[in-house]
Design a protein around this ligand. Structure first.
Ligand code: ADP
Ligand code: MG
Length: 277
């Protein structure tokens, strides 16, 4: 007991020293990324509080999608660090990041058009299990594979029902509407049972009815304790649903705060809210 307490004291002292909030599930520090002559991300630093619904906003070209790519291993940063749940995950491959519980969706949906909705959901989870191949030499493997397959199928149905798209299970992804594709994309992310989801414009091009459904599901997942970082251009949506907002401009964080803080911040209004998005 006393040992546990001593350990806790030590770790909180450590977090004070490093200036890292113990509640920040994701922390990016001084991220940089250039593409040829273009500076996409130029010293972005921010934290995302565990369990929060955090918004990431900024004009087109501010570097939001690139930050998502750098955090989730799609691109390697030129400099800077990414920490998830205290672990340095900078430079890890996307599947390694996903395995740690950090999953993102894309601005442009990336489902496999020739597969059915059901097959699309089976895929990411299977890919995550790929490292289990060596276990095939162990006794009982075949039975375990059958059990895993069954558990996976159950999980697919669970997720499809959660997003109310079970009736589309056998539909080819290419036949889905834009909004339904966004639901599929979120479903795929949820298959991995993530601690944190990063959504890049999840509501763009989604009709209002579907948008409301999507929002309700996201809030439900957030209430379960999952952390969200959401890029979205609809300011009302961001203001009404995020408790914390980070504003990016020209590759760095211009300001951050509560919706009220952001509304009151003249710099933000000039750089972003007052301009064409
Ligand atoms: P946002 O998502 O905020 O609109 P992006 O991160 O997509 O911004 O882009 C930031 C800047 O980096 C833009 O000027 C964009 O054109 C550039 N950029 C992003 N990805 C690439 C790439 N793969 N190659 C070249 N330039 C890129
Ligand atoms: Mg973008």
């Amino acid at each position: 007991m006393s040992e546990t307490l001593a350990h806790e004291d030590e770790s909180s002292a450590e977090s004070e020293r490093t200036g890292e909030g113990v509640e920040a599930v994701l922390r990016v520090e001084d991220l940089h990324k250039n593409f040829g002559g273009i500076t996409a991300v130029d010293g972005a630093t921010f934290g995302v509080e565990r369990g929060s619904m955090t918004g990431l906003i900024g004009p087109n070209g501010a570097g939001k999608s690139t930050v998502f790519n750098l955090v989730t291993g799609i691109e390697d940063p030129d400099a800077g660090t990414v920490r998830f749940q205290g672990e340095d995950i900078t430079g890890l491959r996307p599947y390694q990041v996903a395995n740690r519980g950090l999953v993102r969706t894309f601005q442009i949906v990336r489902e496999l058009p020739n597969l059915t909705v059901f097959e699309n959901l089976m895929l990411p989870a299977k890919a995550q299990g790929g490292e289990a191949l060596w276990r095939s030499v162990l006794p009982g493997f075949r039975r375990r594979v059958v059990d895993e397959e069954r558990a996976l199928r159950d999980r697919v149905w669970e997720v499809l029902e959660f997003f109310e798209i079970a009736h589309l299970a056998e539909e080819k992804a290419s036949n889905l509407s834009g909004g339904q594709r966004k639901l599929l994309e979120l479903s795929r992310a949820l298959m991995l049972d993530p601690t944190m989801l990063m959504l890049d414009e999840p509501f763009a091009g989604v009709n209002p009815t579907l948008q409301k459904k999507l929002l309700e599901r996201v809030e439900e997942l957030n209430d379960e304790g999952r952390t969200f970082l959401v890029v979205e251009h609809d300011m009302d949506l961001i203001m009404n649903h995020c408790e914390h907002i980070i504003v990016m401009y020209q590759g760095r964080v211009l300001t951050e705060g509560t919706p009220a803080d952001i509304k009151a911040d003249e710099e933000v209004i000039e750089a972003y809210l007052g301009s064409e998005i």
